[in-house]
Design a protein around this ligand. Structure first.
Ligand SMILES: [Zn+2]
Ligand SMILES: [Zn+2]
Length: 419
């Protein structure tokens, strides 16, 4: 078997690998790098392509897949929820960046009409490959893959979280014996704060702000993080109104359809019932004048309704903006956090509201990645992907130093034989 890295190595974005056995090739994820102009992984000729396997709906894993449906029919495998969420995210991506994309909505529909549903615990036989699907714990619907062929077993973690969250069960680490591991390393160099403490502190702070008559704006990504934040508030008995805005509404409806992907679907259902859904500009303008919490995309304030809210909320000191994800340098969210300024009509304006950051990560940290790798049996080659070069190198040197396994941080275009 051969493993080729097409993208998403020494970087986060455009994740894609190709697995070849004989003259059959599988693609595992095919994402985009989200810059102003989207970047794609290396291309694979569709001739020998027997299937595309998608770990989860995030665009850095899914955003390039429709390219293969401009004139081709290839089965694509993922969970039902992943397909529903992908439709939402790809449609939005086309709306925002369509000009730069080599496909259109009809190709997304063609992709979805070739969708084959798989789920946790299932096994798929496909052209000489046997694929097992495991819980990944990253976002609703996310999976890890173990692909077997020619007597070799390869694990691809995709994006993974080894810790339980309010929304999801942790990743399944029952891998058994493996010949190769492809592991993500987004936060290999970090230690996340203790989750329950972080949740308590967060709810306390939101309560304090809304209790004194302020508005607490919580910019959050619409798929996963928005619902996680809502569930945290609900689980802690948050007594004030909570509004939800943006694509989260469509994502909510999809998530209500598939209880099997959730740790506590009842909590999600209850939280979504209590939340007030914002459906237009009238409601948006009203909500921001009331003491309440508002959960709205985008998580880094790049577009989305949060860009509107932040301008209003920033003006008054009784309000607060609580960031709940990592803020990439160069984003308005990062500027807010570091300089306490927001862009109003393109000009930076100082912020009177409180600004605080709570890092509710959906990726596991360095310790989690180490425990994941320790649970692997056999003597696999370990390929470290999906991280900045420093984080990937750091994890790789731990793997070779502590576990005595061969560890590689591959480069785009490199091919490795397995077995
Ligand atoms: Zn992801
Ligand atoms: Zn990712």
């Amino acid at each position: 078997m051969k493993l080729r890295f097409l993208g998403g190595v020494r970087e986060v974005g455009r994740s894609a690998l190709a697995l070849t056995s004989g003259d059959s090739t599988l693609l595992l994820d095919y994402g985009v790098q989200i810059n102003r102009e989207p970047g794609f992984p290396l291309h694979v000729p569709p001739k020998n392509l027997k299937g595309i396997l998608l770990t989860h709906a995030h665009l850095d894993h899914s955003g390039g897949i429709p390219i293969y449906y401009v004139g081709h029919r290839i089965p694509v495998y993922a969970s039902k929820l992943t397909f529903d969420l992908s439709r939402i995210l790809l449609k939005d991506f086309l709306k925002l960046s369509g000009y730069y994309l080599p496909y259109e909505y009809a190709d997304v529909e063609a992709m979805l009409s070739n969708a084959q549903t798989v789920n946790v615990g299932e096994t798929l036989e496909l052209e000489g490959f046997t694929i097992r699907f495991l819980e990944a714990g990253h976002i609703p619907g996310s999976l890890q893959f173990i692909v077997e062929a020619e007597g070799e077993r390869i694990l691809y973690t995709g994006d993974v979280n080894t810790r339980e969250t309010k929304l999801l069960n942790p990743a399944d680490l029952n891998y058994g014996e493996l010949s190769a591991v492809v592991v993500e390393s987004t936060y290999a160099g970090e230690k996340h704060p203790e989750r329950s403490e972080l949740e308590k502190l967060f709810v306390e702070r939101v309560r304090e702000v809304v209790g004194r008559g302020g508005t607490a704006l919580i910019p959050a990504f619409s798929v996963g993080r928005s619902q996680e934040v809502l569930c945290i508030l609900e689980a802690h008995g948050f007594e004030y109104p909570v509004y939800m805005d943006g694509l989260a509404l469509e994502a909510n409806e999809a998530m209500l359809r598939y209880p099997e992907h959730f740790r506590d679907h009842e909590l999600l259902r209850r939280a979504l019932e209590r939340a007030r859904w914002i459906r237009g500009w009238g409601e948006r303008r009203q909500a921001v004048k009331r003491p309440c919490a508002i959960i709205s995309p985008a998580g880094m304030l790049k577009g989305g309704a949060a860009a509107y809210y932040v301008e209003k909320v920033a003006k008054y000191s009784q309000n607060a903006i609580f960031l709940v994800s990592f803020q990439i340098p160069g984003t308005p969210g990062r500027m807010l956090l570091e300089e306490r300024k927001v862009l109003v009509n393109g000009k930076p304006k100082p912020v009177k509201a409180e600004v605080e950051s709570f890092h509710f990560s959906s990726h596991t940290d360095g310790e989690g990645l180490k425990s994941l790798l320790k649970s692997v049996k056999g003597n696999p080659k370990v390929f470290v992907v999906h991280g900045n070069p420093e984080n990937s190198e750091k994890l790789a040197s731990w793997v070779s130093g502590e576990l005595g396994l061969e560890a590689i941080v591959p480069r785009v275009g490199e091919t490795y034989p397995i077995g």
